[in-house]
Ligand binder design. Structure first.
Ligand SMILES: [Cu+2]
Length: 124
């Protein structure tokens, strides 16, 4: 997926830009208030969340299990994981997501790997 590759590049660039800003600050020991303001604090938090890689999958809901908290999705290819299209079951941590899920409905999910399972973190 091109947008993901672009995002990764932006993250990589902003990370190295931040590292450079940090090291130049260290050299000059310049801790003036103006320098603190230019420190990309918001980018720092963006970077750390980007490390817990989020993947996107679009597909058709095959089954939902409210008791187990799972979603079975027939999804298309997921480039960020090199996955082909397949039908698989995801864990759904937030029960509110089930409001947006129904069998035969087409959805796009954001998911992440947690331990051995793939966990839905957003439903669109
Ligand atoms: Cu899959």
């Amino acid at each position: 997926m091109k947008p993901l590759a672009t995002m990764a590049l932006i993250v990589a660039l902003s990370t190295s830009a931040f590292a450079f800003a940090q090291s130049s600050n260290m050299k000059g020991m310049d801790m003036k208030g103006t320098d603190m303001k230019t420190m990309p604090m918001d980018k720092m938090s963006t970077d750390s969340s980007a490390k817990a890689t989020t993947h996107k999958a679009t597909g058709t809901v095959k089954a939902i299990d409210l008791t187990k908290g799972t979603l079975t999705l027939a999804h298309g290819p997921v480039k960020s994981l090199n996955w082909p299209a397949m039908t698989m079951t995801f864990a759904v941590k937030n029960k509110m997501f089930f409001d947006k899920l129904a069998v035969y409905k087409k959805v796009t999910i954001d998911f992440t790997k947690q331990d051995a399972s793939y966990v839905v973190i957003a439903v669109n």
